[in-house]
Design a binder for this molecule. Structure first.
Ligand code: NAD
Ligand SMILES: O=c1ccn([C@@H]2O[C@H](COP(=O)(O)OP(=O)(O)O[C@H]3OC[C@](O)(CO)[C@H]3O)[C@@H](O)[C@H]2O)c(=O)[nH]1
Length: 387
């Protein structure tokens, strides 16, 4: 690794210690990998699980051995948290319940996880003058203004009615019975609290709003490395359907629109934030790929084609089936209609742009899914069901 790494302003980058909470999750595992392979920084990796970063912790022959230390702890109740934050120069908080199937079925856990449990992290950073990078979500925008216009209104095509801007767009959630929005609301309140700590007490913070980051190690495949009845996010749901050769379930017809960004592109943006504090502090950043927009139906159809290419199997006939959101997620589900990130702020501050097309990112991700899970799924399917 080059010792002469410089930041965007040409200053040498000094090695720092990072306290990463939620390091064992999807984003955390990719961020740890990047920090170990391309930087001299040290990571205190905090999580309840470490399966997704095992390859970085073992064996002792890894060139980064000693620069990553795993601490198994639950931030809800562990007195080691403040000490670990004090030991670090920067804290990155990724810990959260962030799977839509939980928002309306476990609303209390969702609110506690995304607001109450994050409070001590903000407090310890503020009291100890430590920098904080906090992971929020694109879901804080909720629904677009355009979604409230008549279906045939030409204004629906005007970007002013749907592009999501950090410093201008309102946050539009559904009614309280639509508990889907408990997550977004909790994330919004913690953003406001962090912003207020910055304004009143000088906390140095950066808030990240990820727009559907996807790639290898996202969530789990039900019945293989997660609960059989579990419902992960859409990439893993559709991967599971493809691996089992069953139709992909399109919730409410798969009409919602999303922009998907490759995890490896998005991690580049986070590294720029870590290493350019003067440009990142005090900012909220959308991190997504506005060029990769599809409806969920189009995503499913593309995944069917890509999976056929990488697995060598013919594409499924009758590859998709429509299901109602009530049947799939239960009472109280609602959805974001469209998510296009405005990229002005991240472009101006960090010069970051995503690179990978949706087809290419699906090809590398589904190659990983096939290699990692196809044999295990075959075995599970072949097992006779106990009577
Ligand atoms: N992946 C995305 O596209 C996306 C989009 C929007 C927002 N986000 C946000 O980014 C963050 C990380 O998301 P992810 O996709 O990596 O999710 P993830 O579920 O894979 O990772 C979260 C990690 O936090 C850990 N964690 C949760 N509660 C904890 C606790 N009390 N103590 C210790 N560890 C705890 C979990 O064990 C898990 O490993 C979350 O805050 C999420 O809201 C992600
Ligand atoms: O089998 C399925 C699963 C899901 N859908 C629909 O796909 C859309 C996207 O769903 P998902 O990836 O699960 O999550 P969301 O984009 O709705 O929300 C996430 O966005 C960011 C984050 O904060 C963290 O990742 C989270 O809240 C959606 O329309 C589902 O209904 C499907 O059709 N079939």
């Amino acid at each position: 690794m080059a010792s002469s790494r410089v930041d965007l302003d040409g200053n040498p980058i000094k090695p720092i210690t990072i306290c990463m909470i939620g390091a064992g999750g999807f984003i955390g595992s990719h961020l740890c990998e990047k920090l170990m392979t391309e930087t001299p920084h040290t990571v205190l990796a905090l999580d309840v699980y470490n399966d997704k970063i095992k390859h970085l912790l073992e064996p002792e022959t890894n060139p980064w051995h000693g620069r990553i230390n795993f601490h198994r702890l639950n931030i809800k109740h562990d007195s080691r948290l403040e000490g670990l934050i004090k030991m670090a120069d920067l804290t990155i908080n990724l810990a959260a319940i962030c799977t839509p199937a939980d928002y309306n079925t476990r609303p209390l856990d969702t609110i506690y996880s995304n607001f109450i449990d994050a409070l001590p992290v903000v407090k310890y950073c503020s009291e100890n003058n430590k920098r904080l990078i906090h992971f929020s979500t694109c879901e804080v925008y909720g629904k677009t203004i355009g979604s409230f216009l008549p279906k045939d209104s030409p204004l629906r095509k005007d970007p002013a009615y749907y592009v999501l801007k950090e410093d201008e767009s309102p946050c539009i959630f559904g009614s309280i019975e639509k508990q889907r929005w408990s997550y977004a609301c909790a994330k919004q309140l913690i953003e406001r609290l962090i912003y207020a700590e910055g304004a009143e007490n000088g906390l140095e913070f950066t808030i990240v709003r990820p727009f559907n980051w996807i790639g290898p190690r996202m969530d789990f495949i039900p019945g293989i490395d997660g609960p059989s009845e579990g419902v992960p996010r859409v990439l893993a749901c559709f991967s599971n359907n493809l691996l089992r050769k069953e139709p992909l379930k399109l919730v409410d017809g798969g009409q919602s629109q999303r922009t998907f960004v490759y995890i490896k592109d998005a991690i580049e943006a986070v590294l720029l934030m870590i290493e350019n504090p003067a440009r990142a502090n005090g900012h909220i950043f959308n991190v997504g790929n506005p060029n990769n927009e599809v409806t969920v139906r189009q995503l499913g159809e593309m995944m069917v084609k890509v999976y056929s290419k990488v697995s060598g199997d013919p594409p499924l006939e009758n590859a998709t089936v429509d299901v109602s959101s009530k049947e799939f997620y239960g009472e109280g589900y609602d959805d974001s209609d469209k998510r296009i990130p405005d990229m002005t702020i991240i472009n101006r501050q960090l010069g970051w742009n995503p690179k990978t097309s949706l087809w290419d990112l699906l090809e590398s991700t589904l190659t990983y899914q096939h290699r990692t899970y196809a044999e295990a799924v075959k075995k599970v399917i072949a097992k006779p069901v106990a009577s």
